[in-house]
Design a protein around this ligand. Sequence first.
Ligand code: BT5
Length: 324
Amino acid sequence: RASIRQQLIEALSGAGGEFLSGQALAEIIGCSRTAIWKHIEELRKDGFVLEAVRNKGYRIVSTPEDITENDILYGLETDRFGRNVHYYESLGSTQKEAHQLAYDGAPEGTLVVAEEQTSGRGRLGREWHSLSGKGIWMSLIVRPDLPPQQAPQFTLITAVAVARAIEEITGITPEIKWPNDVLINGKKVVGILTELQAESDKISSLIIGIGMNANHGPEDFPPNVAHTATSLFIEKGEKISRAALIQSFLKYFERYYSIYITEGFKPVRILWESYAISIGKRIKATTVTGVITGRAIGITDEGILKIEDDEGIIHNIYSADIQQ
Ligand code: BT5
């Protein structure tokens, strides 16, 4: 015989979004109303979104597994970001879809999210492994009134919002590796890809792609990333609610973006530095033009990495792969 919890999930899921009273649930399952109430609270802690209405009872809004438009909207604390969600079961790349939507005039804050990507990509046309149902593969449209040179700062704003959201949802403090990786225990859990649509000297839109490994087990990664990638599930030992993580990310992104617009990059840079791993350390930066080895001194208010090489020459790095 299934546990009360299991029967409760089945009864609520089977109700097709209709309300079931505590009394009805207690009768179906054969337990007390207090037991129902206790298990409802437990489910909530585990990421189920349950609506309770007096005289009607309980209704399941979403399970921790789902990331459809409703799952993201229900309980979302933002004003603008994530208010317009385009959900797909499968897409080539959420970046591509978001580019098209931005081009067609989609408002700032529009979010494209897919359960699976068949040709997810990283920087420089690299492949991004986007297994169905396990991760968060999404692209956010942002329309700051800024010159294109400021686009790289958005990778850093995004990384801080991601790190803060992971902290809130899992209790784990991740590390940021400049420019676009979020790591836990030295392994990549999130990759960020910021792309730009610009008109001469003005950003018309930024397409910020975020790939988060949420509920992957170790066997879910292909051999080429098995040793460098990790997931929140692997690190935490518990499945996480992807919808809750998306909501938390959107909340922090909206907050840091607004701080950035009103106060400039400095407050964000200070937050960023609190998560950063490479600063002060000896690193090797592989850029498209060559390799630079030296000590990472810090990032500038533009989001550019400064490296001092062995001759004392300071290099400004706009984009690179960093090895420690
Ligand atoms: C990135 O590129 O880290 C940016 C990844 C952005 C992915 C998101 S998902 C939603 C949106 N839609 C897209 O199509 N893309 C964005 P880069 O720094 O170039 O790192 C790519 C490298 O990370 C690959 O060459 C692999 O070595 C590794 N990698 C691939 N898939 C991974 C995964 N799921 N987890 C960890 N590492 C991975």
